[in-house]
Design a protein around this ligand. Sequence first.
Ligand SMILES: [Zn+2]
Length: 307
Amino acid sequence: MGEPKLHILAHGAVFSIVRIITSQATPIPSEAAPAMSKAGKEVARPEELLQRHRRLIEAVKGVEEEVWGSSGLLVNHAVLAALYAYRVALGEGADAEAVFVASLLSDAVTALEKKAGELCPRRRALLLEEALEKSGYPEELAKRVRRVLEDGESKRILGDADALAKLMLTGLLESAATRLNRGRDVLAAFLEAASRQLTAIANLDCLVSTRTAKRIARTLSERLRDTILSEIGEMRRLGLLVDVEERIEDGHQLVLVVPRRCPMCGAVLEAKEERNPGCGGVRISTVCGRCGWTYSVTVCPPPPCRS
Ligand SMILES: [Zn+2]
């Protein structure tokens, strides 16, 4: 019976490795402990919510396919944002499940609006309530979701959740993927996405507004900033002359990642700079005179900061 024992041992070793890796992140809560709202009410756990609302997630995927053809960017972002919305709602004492559902749907509705024309907030909330009821959702939950969409405080949570999902490394990937879809090469897409992420991080106080989100954002943004800057540091060590420029425009901090020499042929790049008065930001663009490599980036402070 030597062999089976060995198998168990091997499995045991694998399990302990898995545990070491994941325990460095947030510990996985035990099944027994229910999530609690601030008021001490029991709330469904995030994994339960994902299961309970999986048809809604499918619906978001359907909207993405209809509007853009499939890419997965919208539905992936919607799920992460909805999970952050839940977490922030718990911390702020809001209706966590209704906030989760509202967040899950909000980008899909925006995508549909881009196609069909903008709706006023009240009409939007009513339409969502109707759609949820038609999909077999209990009237009571549909009403709670509508309330979330009409209430200013909950809207702040939805905005914060969206910003937090973008502060994850997947947010950087999402931003770069959008640029790749527009025909940029990988390097240009990364540098452009890095500029936008670093600018968002430099304006963290405008990016999120609730206390819970501010706390989460600090940790997330430090990690993302370190990752981006160490990647750019590595590029410089390789001999790619990339500068990170920090500057203040109209009281907002902007961060621009600008290549000084062409990464494809080494020629000196002349960057052209324009103000973007609409968003209080700056646009930098350059084309390599020797090989035609192009790069451009527009950075704007986050919307609530612009006014
Ligand atoms: Zn070149």
